[in-house]
Design a protein around this ligand. Structure first.
Ligand code: BES
Ligand code: MN
Ligand code: ZN
Length: 496
């Protein structure tokens, strides 16, 4: 892992060395600030030369300003207070982190930009979170780092009226951010290093945070009749696992909420093998399971007051002599039979048993599953929204709201009997593909056959979990999408 910054918060502090960042509102007068800092610069001339007016995200740096021990003074534009939100502050933090290079001592003084009315503790903590998330890079396998590329950790001090409160908020936001980084690490890790067994071991490490973890092996899954999941796994020499993570932060008798993740550590397509171009990306086909694991980390580290179950189905989809064939019929744990039309539609098979197991074992308040399920969701939504499908308007709306406030956005697509019919099979209860059209919807219809009337949302994260464009708060291939979204949902609606 990259070197992550350490944050501290203060109500008042003076920068004595290193980098001083001064966030300012749009059209703020800079001269009085320079004067108060006893720095002898002509801010007017500098601002004109740099085209700096304090619009959101603009920045103007002065290197080793005369009359000061600072290495650098940076004015950073916050724009107008009307646009202030945790989202914009998270992005400000990320954008600034992207500019700091190897500076090891940084002070960001919000004291010139507002008071505790306009810049609250959650803003300051979100700022730190954005900075932290941006600082992540997956460099584990780079052995030839030059000295100047070696990660160096930095200390960032944030000054603002709400410092003491911000410190508390950050303690919890950092736990969430660490969950995001865990999910990114899992997605970035290559499949030769991260098989089902290794993944389950990492999930088991959450016991350190007070999460109860149980891991099912092949024999146990056979006993439970998980023929759909096992059919996928049988083509790999690496055995499957199912990890069940429980965080009991709520009242004892409170029904849990449940999150279920697709964890295909590598998806070759199986006998219906994928084309080789870009196949390496299929190491990320466990992005759903990574998000669930990261979420459990997040909820446990911030001690969420809620009972939560996380279940991940871990398999590898490979085409060996024992692999399942198109035309095979498997029996899922629910008893429903499935005709395999395309062995590359494997994620839904894994989830069918994971969802059924979840519903039967825990009788949850709701089930939300995350899966890199279909290429078709990329065609529909690209990388900027995850697709959601639901049998429950209220839950879908709550999730959409959490998407807006966390800035991990989701967009609802329809379900319906006409689509459901498309997966009826000639030989079995259903087939695992629905033909060329509406591929993301027929995949969701398949899952719906395994949830009964439990309120449920399926989130297709094929476009958002990996390979999405860099943003202010993420430059890594694996994004960790879903962790902040679902943490927000729990925070907003399910904590006592
Ligand atoms: N893991 C893939 C979906 C995927 C595609 C994820 C691109 C991330 C990026 C999934 O298992 C798959 O292969 N889906 C097929 C389904 C088809 C065979 C019905 C697809 O989308 O083509
Ligand atoms: Mn596939
Ligand atoms: Zn897949």
């Amino acid at each position: 892992m990259s070197a992550l910054p350490e944050f501290s918060f203060a109500k008042q502090a003076k920068a004595t060395k290193g980098v001083l960042v001064i966030p300012v509102l749009e059209d703020a007068a800079l001269a009085p600030i320079a004067k108060e800092l006893e720095i002898d610069v002509d801010t007017g001339r500098a601002a004109t030369a740099a085209n700096f007016t304090g619009k959101a995200r603009q920045s103007m740096a002065m290197l080793a300003p005369a009359g000061s021990k600072l290495d650098k003074l940076v004015f950073f534009g916050l724009g107008k207070t009307d646009d202030f939100s945790e989202i914009t502050f998270r992005k400000f933090g990320g954008a600034l982190a992207g500019k700091q290079g190897k500076a090891s001592n940084i002070l960001v003084d919000f004291g010139f930009a507002g008071d505790d009315e306009t810049i609250g503790a959650p803003h300051l903590a979100a700022f730190a979170q954005g900075w932290y998330l941006r600082s992540y890079a997956f460099k584990k396998y780079k052995t030839k780092k030059k000295d100047d590329e070696k990660p160096k950790s930095s200390k960032v001090q944030i000054v603002g009226a709400n410092a003491m409160d911000a410190k508390k908020h950050w303690a919890s936001d950092q736990g969430v951010a660490d969950g995001v980084l865990l999910a990114r690490d899992l997605v970035n890790e290559p499949a030769n290093a991260l098989g089902p067994v290794e993944f389950a071991e990492i999930a088991s490490d959450l016991t350190k945070l007070g999460v109860e973890v149980e891991v099912l092996g092949e024999k146990e899954m056979e006993k439970l009749g998980m023929g759909a999941l096992l059919g996928v796994a049988q083509g790999s020499v690496r055995p499957p696992r199912m990890a069940i993570m429980k965080w009991n932060g709520g009242a004892t008798k409170d029904q849990p909420v449940a999150f279920v993740g697709k964890g295909v550590v590598f998806d070759t397509g199986g006998i219906s093998i994928k084309p080789s171009g870009g196949m390496e990306d299929m190491k990320g086909d466990m992005g759903g399971a990574a998000a669930v694991t990261g979420l459990m980390h997040a909820l446990a580290s911030r001690k969420a007051k809620c009972n939560v179950v996380g279940i991940i189905g871990l398999v590898e989809n490979m085409p060996d002599g024992n692999a399942q064939r198109p035309g095979d019929i498997v029996t899922s744990m629910s008893g429903q039979t499935i005709e395999i039309i395309n062995t590359d539609a494997e994620g839904r098979l894994v989830l069918a048993d994971a969802l059924w197991y979840c519903k039967e074992t825990f009788k949850p308040k709701f089930m939300i599953n995350l899966a890199t399920l279909t290429g078709a969701i990329l065609v529909a939504l690209g990388s900027h929204h995850a697709g959601i499908f639901s049998n429950n308007d209220e839950l879908a709306e709550k999730l959409t709201g959490a998407g807006k406030s966390s800035d991990e956005k989701v967009w609802r697509l329809p379900l319906g009997v006409e689509y459901d019919k498309m997966i009826d099979s000639k030989f079995a209860d259903m087939k695992n593909t629905g033909g060329r059209w509406a591929g993301s919807i027929t995949a969701a219809q398949f899952l719906q056959r395994y949830v009964d009337d439990v309120p449920w949302v399926h989130i297709d994260v094929a476009g958002t979990a990996m390979s999405s464009p860099s943003t202010d708060i993420n430059t890594s291939w694996g994004s960790g999408f879903g962790v902040r979204l679902l943490d927000q949902l729990v925070r907003d609606h399910y904590e006592s």
